[in-house]
Design a binder for this molecule. Structure first.
Ligand code: IPM
Ligand code: MG
Length: 401
């Protein structure tokens, strides 16, 4: 295992942890495919910078996973890669997949690495916060008045349901082929993600929407029953139920009406992509996948932007790195217990947007609005954010005794 060091101020490279500043966190980096290496590369610089400001070090272990893993080793992820993830404090991932490995009938596919990590590391909840930065309201396809106050957190169950149920691939004679996918859920699977969602709602505006299809599916009726039983433990949280079809409508009709949503795996996959449109660009949004396991510093987890590998713009300094940088902020908060550093990163992102820095996906359509903006690439956006981490920290230092 090779550990590269991002050492605060000393600039030394030390293969072990001896001599590192305390604390030094052990992170796994998975650049993956397409724009993954572009965005993970700059997010690592941001983590190094906040580490330097807040006095902690990061020992990185980089692994080759996804399409890159198929090319290098013939498999999307190896057992030793999974073991390295499990031994880390947290994992930062760029993206996996691309047209080169896209054959849906192939037995080896990049996405299998995601399922192996989700299942193998017990990451049963995927958290996707969606908010709209005021400067980007014009970039959203929704009317500005609908976006006022949008601040939702989607909690998607990640290791059950259709994704992990038994499948029967298409078989039979042409004209009469059949296939099936099973949707199983157990009470403990529903209960643990529901509890996490109640806890998260308790720390926010205390409203939880549970999304199901209880008018059709047996698993949804189990889901609803269990969520309501657990609600008794959280009398301070207001719970309501939505059928998934009605919820999909409400997300675009009155997105500000939601606080925390909790739902099963496939519904969460679909609704979270729908909700991401609110933020103006897929490139803006972070995600965290967490489970029950704690390290010495916090919840073990995997952090990644919600966008895909965007192979058409890979390696061209065009990708918006904000989704990955905000994922790194979530990593700091949830897995390392460093809310101080997480807030510094989030404020620096906000300040860079306020200052008018825009990647191509965020570029205003209105020429008058564009005049006040500066067009930057992946590295330019990261530099704008890095510059504001310094400013942010000296401001914080100035108000502290
Ligand atoms: C996501 C993605 C994955 C999923 C794909 C790449 C398999 O869409 O993380 O939301 O469906 O879970
Ligand atoms: Mg998805």
């Amino acid at each position: 295992m090779t550990a590269e060091a991002d050492l605060p101020s000393r600039g030394l490279a030390d293969p072990g942890l001896a001599g590192f500043p305390a604390p030094t966190y052990r992170l796994v980096s998975i650049p993956g495919d397409g724009v993954g290496p572009d965005v993970v590369g700059v997010a690592r610089r941001v983590l190094a910078a906040v580490g330097a400001r807040f006095g902690f070090g990061i020992a990185w272990h980089e692994i080759v996973v996804g399409g890159a893993g198929i090319d290098a080793y013939g498999v999307p992820i190896r057992p030793e890669d999974l073991a390295a993830c499990a031994a880390s404090d947290a994992v930062l991932l760029g993206a996996v997949g691309g047209p080169r490995w896209d054959d849906p009938t192939a037995t080896v596919r990049p996405e299998q690495a995601l399922f192996a990590m989700r299942g193998g590391l017990g990451l049963f909840a995927n958290l996707r916060p969606v908010s709209v930065h005021p400067a980007l309201v014009a970039a959203s396809p929704l009317r500005p008045e609908l976006l006022d106050g949008v601040d939702m957190l989607i909690v998607r169950e990640l290791t059950g349901g259709l994704y992990f149920g038994a499948r029967g691939e298409a078989a039979g004679v042409i004209g009469a082929r059949a296939a099936h996918d099973l949707l199983p859920y157990t009470e403990p699977e529903v209960a643990r993600v529901a509890r996490l969602a109640f806890e998260l709602a308790r720390g926010r505006r205390k409203r939880l929407t549970s999304v199901d299809k209880a008018n059709v599916l047996a698993t949804s009726r189990l889901w609803r029953t269990v969520v309501h039983e657990i609600a008794a433990e959280y009398p301070d949280v207001a719970l309501d139920d939505r059928l998934v079809d009605a919820c999909a409508m409400q997300i675009v009709r009155s997105p500000a009406s939601f606080d925390v949503l909790v739902t099963e795996n496939l519904f969460g996959d679909i609704l979270s992509d729908e909700a991401s449109v609110l933020a103006g660009s897929l490139g803006m949004l972070p995600s965290a996948s967490v489970g029950a396991r704690r390290t010495a510093h916090g919840l073990h987890g995997l952090y990644e932007p919600i966008h895909g590998s965007a192979p058409d713009i890979a390696g061209q300094d065009l990708a918006n790195p904000i989704g990955t940088i905000l994922s790194a902020a979530m990593l700091l908060r949830w897995s390392l217990g460093r809310s101080d550093a997480a807030e510094a990163v989030e404020r620096a992102v906000s300040a860079a947007l306020d200052a008018g820095f825009r990647t191509v996906d965020l570029w205003p359509r209105d020429p008058a609005a564009a005049e006040a903006c500066t067009r930057v690439g992946t590295v330019g956006m990261a530099d704008a954010i890095l510059a504001r981490i310094g400013a942010e920290v000296s401001q914080l230092a100035a108000v502290r005794p």
